[in-house]
Design a binder for this molecule. Structure first.
Ligand code: 1HE
Length: 262
């Protein structure tokens, strides 16, 4: 898949998935979504953790506006009914699949590109990042889960402002609004994301699954139901893996906490 719209490489237990349409600033068209889906499903099969990044000068310029225009003017056929929510399906495969995703961001992370980044579980930005939701300027609306995922992270006030005024968040502002979790020097986001992925990949696969699948669901629940779901999953952490890891600690062979600093 390396020469296609989405690059894929497996390094140890880490899958590296790269948006690879740099001449169009990694704008997302239908073929790219299809390839992204295939890459994500492949990572589910063979990796314990994945890194999502963009080739070229930026992470992603969002929806392919030329394709959207061609569709709006009937030059290309509208998406078939069953494919209408393709973005939701593919982004949910990232957000609610079996393995954690770390996004390495640089340059423009806008519109659907920001929605894609928000499907990842940890986001690393370099200092060149600008995040924005310019849908209002383009006469369209978010369609990659932004109303749910972005709004839950930044809150209604910030998302309203971003969408109504077109305001762009620089790296420091993205950190402040929890859009990203790490800011690193220009050109080093991928290396940092890889290092974080390596750390995540040493965790119990089962616990990683619970972290990324239970937390967002508990966020949608009442206090009582949240505690109930937590209890059910807490009871899942059973041998053999939990036992082996607990024994490693008790036998004094486990890594100390201070060695975990990211
Ligand atoms: C594109 C796209 C695109 C670039 N669709 N072709 N997204 C936007 O509103 C962002 C639109 N893009 C930009 O504002 C800029 O391109 C960037 C700030 C991202 C990058 O600027 P720059 O100077 O590096 O590149 P450029 O010269 O503007 O673009 C290079 C080429 O990429 C050029 O094509 P060329 O054939 O003339 O070389 C651009 O047309 C092309 N290009 N961005 C198509 N987005 C389902 S809901 C989601 C809704 C949204 O995502 S809204 C946000 C849309």
């Amino acid at each position: 898949m390396s020469e296609s719209l989405v690059s894929y490489a497996l390094e140890g237990n880490i899958a590296l998935i790269g948006l690879n349409r740099p001449d169009k600033r990694n704008a997302i068209n239908d073929p790219l979504v299809d390839e992204l889906r295939a890459a994500v499903l492949r990572a589910h099969e063979e990796a314990d953790v994945a890194v999502l990044h963009g080739h070229g000068s930026n992470f992603c310029a969002g929806l392919d506006l030329a394709e959207a225009l061609a569709r709006a003017t009937g030059q290309i056929k509208p998406a078939r009914k069953r494919r209408r929510h393709n973005w939701h399906e593919v982004f949910d495969l990232i957000a609610r699949g079996p393995i954690p995703f770390v996004a390495a961001l640089h340059g423009a992370v806008v519109g659907g590109g920001l929605e894609l980044a928000m499907a990842a579980h940890v986001r690393v930005a370099d200092e060149t990042v600008v995040c924005g939701l310019p849908e209002g300027q383009r006469g369209i609306f978010v369609g990659g889960g932004g109303t749910v995922r972005i709004q839950r992270v930044v809150g209604t006030t910030v998302m309203m402002d971003m969408m109504l005024t077109g305001r762009l968040l620089n790296a420091a502002e993205s950190l402040q609004e929890h859009v990203v979790r790490y800011v690193v020097p220009a050109g080093t986001a991928l290396a940092k994301a890889r290092a974080i992925a390596e750390r995540i990949g040493q965790n119990s696969v089962e616990t990683n699954w619970m972290i990324i699948n239970v937390l967002p669901r508990v966020q949608d629940l009442s206090h009582d139901d949240g505690l109930f779901l937590e209890q059910l999953n807490s009871a899942r952490a059973r041998p053999p893996e939990a036992e082996a890891r607990l024994r490693e600690f008790v036998d004094g062979k486990a890594r100390k906490l201070q060695e975990n600093q990211a």
